[in-house]
Write a protein that binds this ligand. Structure first.
Ligand SMILES: [Zn+2]
Length: 144
């Protein structure tokens, strides 16, 4: 089968390929698990198959790669590849819209939604981010 990407695009795509167990997600899991939180993964019955679902805290967590999910406030989320930028723009806009739709659906089902961005898990920011998430979870669970 012919590749729809040229060589440069292909290597770009492969380097950023989405996988279920991306490292940032593992970081979050490991931390929350260590703190005693329990969760299920990639629940197929909920809109958007949230990366983590914490039933007790009525919370769904998405751990988003900045590029694929178009993080608005960082470089990785706003810089387009040099090849076919328009094509990427359209694709990534679609992804963002889909994310918004998922979140809206979950909220309407009375779930809380926490989105954690890849860039917020860089070593310097990691601890503060994870603590913030934990605090939010406790709040969602009625433990203030
Ligand atoms: Zn980001």
């Amino acid at each position: 089968m012919a590749d729809i990407f040229n060589e440069e695009q292909r290597s770009y795509v492969m380097s950023r390929i989405r996988s279920k167990d991306t490292k940032p997600e593992l970081l979050v899991r490991k931390y929350l698990h260590g703190m005693g939180f329990r969760y299920s993964l990639h629940n197929e019955r909920l809109p958007g198959k949230p990366d983590m679902v914490l039933k007790k805290y009525k919370t769904c967590i998405f751990v988003n790669g900045c590029f694929w999910h178009g993080h608005k406030h960082c470089k990785a989320g706003t810089r387009l590849p040099e090849t076919r930028p328009e094509w990427w723009k359209e694709k990534l806009t679609k992804n963002r819209k889909r994310d918004l739709r998922k979140i809206t659906e979950l909220l309407s089902l009375n779930w809380n939604v926490i989105t954690i961005w890849e860039c917020e898990l860089k070593p310097k920011k990691r601890e503060a981010t994870l603590e913030k998430v934990m605090k939010q979870l406790l709040k969602n669970g009625g433990i203030e």
